[in-house]
Design a protein around this ligand. Structure first.
Ligand SMILES: CC(C)(COP(=O)(O)O)[C@@H](O)C(=O)NCCC(=O)O
Ligand SMILES: [Mn+2]
Length: 910
């Protein structure tokens, strides 16, 4: 099978500043001590040959040639460990009878922390290096891959090609490949069966972990760390369930493998196998194979989808002449006896359709499991039942049948829940059993699940060849276009004219254009571990916070937004290709990106919850991530530059105009300015069409002239009262305002900067919050200091504040001048931790979280940050949401208005 799970680029990564060049803090000192205590083992003679001895799977720090790298004022000196290998707990396996599940870890490429903005900000906000340094795994990714056990050699090749058995390709010391004593954690029966094979082929020993321990550890981790891990499945409808981490235990874990285990879980490492049944996945597959001659489990399962069990099962209606047995609540269609009909007929096996047999079997076994599970939940008074294991395989009918059984037998009191990573519980648990990886300390907001380019093609399926570099990825996407149906994963592409010339775009059309036969299978993404992320501290109630405004569970909304994104593709690819010089290589990448992203869209059209709970913010972020996957670093770079320059050129005139106004007029003009300038948005189809009709300044003027109040949502008067302190409560000006800025050009220069200046003038500290990574034409935190510096040339208020905030690099070099200005109200820039037009405030950068602690005003600007996300968000402090609605449908839906209507929503702290 040519399926693919391979995702992010797996190039050899150089020394990761936060990783290999270990940085040690107090808490890590403890780790270090622990590791050093284990050094005795290292001193033992090697077990065989000249290989380096690593007698345990515990990571050990090699502190030889360690040196401290710091300057005097550095609070947290860096300790370089040049001889420390990177092979911390990279791989764990669950080798079952039919599938091998792999969980492996790879590091993030490090990004430098030492730019001047960050350095001065850290001092100003009293930020340490974040909590990141207490984690031995300092940011990285967890990958989930499956192989058929029958094709174990493919699995071994995969491990070898990625050098996962000796620390991964990124390891500085891939000589570790020669390490004959490396140990990999493994669970499942195959950990015993294939010990010799692993030793022979990879030179590694399998360290066996108990299967039940692993299942429970894996399930506990997933339920704690993944926001929408669990879901219910009734009549084909999935609904994701938010599990409260503080109220998770006890629960019943039903693992349906060949046989079935029922485990009562009371806490981490606290569990008891309370029951089980020998009628499980093996029974279905075994009986099914005998009765239908199917060659694989999946084939058998697929047959069931076309089956009709009424030809096999004896129903209540068969006994009661087509009637219900209503006295005891049994409808005519209830199965009275599985396979019961076959006794009363003279037919032989060959007279029954294999499809019907498969369905009958599936229902018999699923009902039985559901019933026994419920009875055990009842026995121990357990509120929640989670089902996992290879039998389920994200198969809609299986889940529906189990759910039905639980509901039926509990009279609706209990509900079955399923886990998205159901097949990986054991492998994850084995991974967790490595010590000191810090994984179990991670919290839900520190994990981000991303779906790489291969995701739409794989679903719950088995892994194909590993892809090493970008070129291989591109070729893989091209192969799909050329070979079409020859490849197992079908291709939903409809070539459309007007691409970059090298390929076509696929448009998600309808559920009919299925990527895979079992549309319901759920995809498992790559888990990015980002220990620096934090929950935005000013959310009124993080538990009630839902970032997305539009519910994509509504099929018409989903179809609309998927189509919009699909229609945007040609223009986006043009921009992306142009941003990389329009070379043939860029065109090839552009086409591959278009195919990859449209495959995601098609997949989601086919199965909206394939990637978990889906919101518009996820879709918009996925597009940016997909661009990055094909190495388009910043598709709108030159557009942004051009717009910044044009806007900066007219900024001095705007300052003069504003300064001639009285306070009240000025405030109104400023808010009008922000709303008007939000029209410069390359993500909106309507706006992009507008840009062909005039220059930046002409469009800006036109937009400002149309800015007449009342706006569609207009809380300006209440905001004005607070700002001018004219109301009953004469409150002092705000202490600190966080301005979540949006687009480059007029939006930031002529809209948000003048508003920031006004706040500074009133003595309010201003923190400009910008994206960490590019997204459309949004301004980034890296770009902002230069823009501020340019603007500051024309304005003393901005200059002093920027100097005080450490934004003007030249001024920072002159320490006397920064001291002189230390009394000025500072203007700062912080990154928000994301690379998307929207913002999920449950996962923001630590610098934003630190800046938020003293803030009493939040201004969210733009459609992405204030409409698609956060429109209904409640905050602990005053909040102003400003945006122009640049989409007709959204305007109608949200504000019963029209495209280009504006929102000025002010919510004082309650
Ligand atoms: C991508 C965007 C959220 C960016 O808007 P912004 O935050 O820059 O105001 C917005 O342009 C959008 O929703 N565009 C898709 C809809 C359309 O093209 O009409
Ligand atoms: Mn934007």
């Amino acid at each position: 099978m040519a399926d693919l799970v391979e995702e992010e680029q797996q190039q050899v990564i150089g020394i990761n500043e936060e990783g290999q060049n270990k940085v040690v803090t107090e808490s890590e000192e403890n780790n270090k001590r622990l590791h050093l205590e284990g050094q005795g083992e290292k001193d033992m003679p090697p077990a065989s040959g000249n290989s380096i001895h690593r007698s345990s799977s515990r990571p050990q720090l090699d502190v030889s040639k360690a040196e401290i790298q710091s300057n005097v004022e550095d609070k947290y000196p860096t300790i370089l460990l040049p001889n420390q290998s990177d092979d911390l707990s990279h791989l764990a396996l669950d080798i079952g009878g039919s599938l091998i599940k792999l969980v492996y870890f790879s590091r993030h490429e490090g990004h430098s922390d030492d730019d001047k903005r960050k350095k001065s900000l850290k001092e100003r906000l009293g930020l340490s290096n974040g909590n990141r340094r207490s984690f031995p795994i300092l940011g990285g990714r967890l990958h989930f891959v499956k192989f058929e056990t029958g094709k174990i050699n493919e699995c071994l090749d995969f491990i070898h090609s990625k050098q996962l058995h000796c620390g991964g390709l990124e390891s500085r010391y891939s000589d570790a490949a020669a390490d004959q004593n490396a140990i990999i954690k493994a669970t499942g029966g195959g950990a015993y069966k294939y010990t010799d094979l692993f030793k022979e082929r990879l030179g590694v020993s399998l360290d066996k972990e108990d299967e039940m321990d692993c299942l429970v550890a894996g399930a506990n981790f997933l339920l704690k760390a993944i926001r929408h891990e669990a879901f219910t499945h009734m009549e084909g409808q999935k609904e994701f369930v938010q599990i409260d981490h503080n109220d998770m235990f006890p629960y019943l874990l039903v693992n349906v493998g060949s046989g079935v285990s029922m485990i009562k879980v009371d806490g981490d490492g606290k569990f008891e196998r309370v029951s089980g049944t020998n009628v499980g996945g093996g029974t279905y597959w075994g009986l099914g194979r005998l009765l239908t001659k199917c060659k694989s489990f999946d084939e058998l399962l697929e047959l069931s989808q076309k089956g009709d069990n009424r030809t096999i099962d004896m129903l209540v209606g068969d006994i009661y002449g087509g009637l219900d047995y209503s006295k005891i609540g049994l409808s005519a269609s209830t199965i009275a006896s599985s396979f019961g009909k076959t006794i009363s007929e003279t037919k032989e096996l060959e007279n029954y359709r294999p499809e019907d047999i498969s369905l009958s079997l599936l229902r018999m076994i699923s009902y039985n499991i559901g019933q026994i599970a419920y009875l055990n939940a009842l026995r121990f008074r357990l509120k929640r039942i989670f089902f996992g294991g290879f039998f389920i395989r994200g198969h809609a009918y299986t889940m529906d049948t189990i759910s039905f059984a639980v509901q039926f037998w509990s009279n609706g009191d209990a509900q079955a829940m399923f886990l998205r990573h159901e097949g990986f519980l054991g492998a994850l648990g084995a991974f967790m059993s490595y010590e000191k990886h810090g994984l179990d300390d991670l919290m839900v907001h520190q994990l981000v699940e991303r779906f790489p380019m291969g995701a739409p093609y794989t679903g719950g399926k088995i892994h194909g060849p590993p892809l090493g570099d970008l070129n291989e990825k591109i070729s893989w996407m091209e192969k799909f276009l050329q070979k079409g149906t020859e490849i197992t994963a079908p291709v939903p592409m409809t070539p459309v004219a007007g691409t970059t010339g090298l390929g076509g775009f696929e448009v998600p059309l309808s559920k009919g254009s299925a990527l895979r036969s079992d549309a319901s299978a759920l995809n498992v993404g790559v888990l990015h571990l980002v220990p620096t992320l934090e929950v935005f501290p000013l959310l009124a109630d993080p538990k009630l916070y839902e970032p997305n405004t539009i519910d994509l569970a509504d099929p018409s909304e989903l179809e609309y937004w998927l189509t919009i994104l699909s229609e945007h593709l040609p223009d986006l690819v043009d921009k992306a290709v142009a941003s990389e010089g329009g070379t043939d290589d860029a065109k090839r990448r552009g086409d591959a990106f278009a195919r990859a992203f449209s495959a995601h869209l098609s997949r989601l059209m086919e199965e909206p919850s394939a990637y978990g709970k889906l919101g518009l913010a996820n879709l918009l972020e996925m597009r940016e991530e997909c661009l990055r996957e094909f190495q388009f670093v910043d598709a709108y770079r030159s557009i942004k530059q051009r717009e910044n320059e044009a806007s900066l050129a007219v900024l001095p005139d705007l300052f003069v105009e504003l300064d001639s106004m009285d306070e009240e007029t000025r405030l109104l003009t400023l808010i009008e300015g922000v709303l008007a300038a939000n029209i410069f948005d390359w993500g909106s189809r309507a706006c992009v069409d507008l840009y062909h009709k005039g220059t930046i300044i002409e469009i800006y003027r036109m937009s400002r002239n149309k800015m007449r109040r009342p706006w569609r949502v207009d809380d300006f008067d209440v905001f004005k009262e607070r700002m001018l302190r004219t109301g009953d409560k004469k409150r002092p000006p705000h202490r600190r305002a966080l301005l979540f800025v949006d687009n480059s050009g007029a939006d930031i220069v002529l809209g948000m900067l003048p508003l920031a200046r006004e706040l500074l003038r009133r003595g309010t500290e201003v923190v400009l919050v910008a994206n960490s990574l590019p997204a459309l034409n949004d301004v980034t935190a890296m770009e902002l200091p230069d823009i501020v510096a340019e603007a500051a040339k024309h304005c003393d208020i901005l200059r002093r504040a920027a100097e005080a905030g450490g934004l003007l690099v030249d001024a920072m070099i002159n320490t006397d001048s920064s001291k002189e200005n230390s009394s000025s109200v500072p203007l700062m820039v912080v990154e928000n931790g994301c690379g998307s037009p929207c913002i999920d405030l449950r996962q923001v950068s630590s610098e934003l979280a630190a800046a938020a602690k003293d803030a009493d005003l939040i201004i969210l600007e733009g459609m992405g940050r204030a409409l698609h996300t956060n429109l209904y968000a409640q905050f602990k402090c005053d909040a102003l949401k400003l945006a122009m609605v640049k989409n007709q449908r959204l305007a109608e839906k949200l504000i019963k208005g029209n495209i280009y209507d504006c929102i000025c929503k002010y919510q004082p702290a309650s």
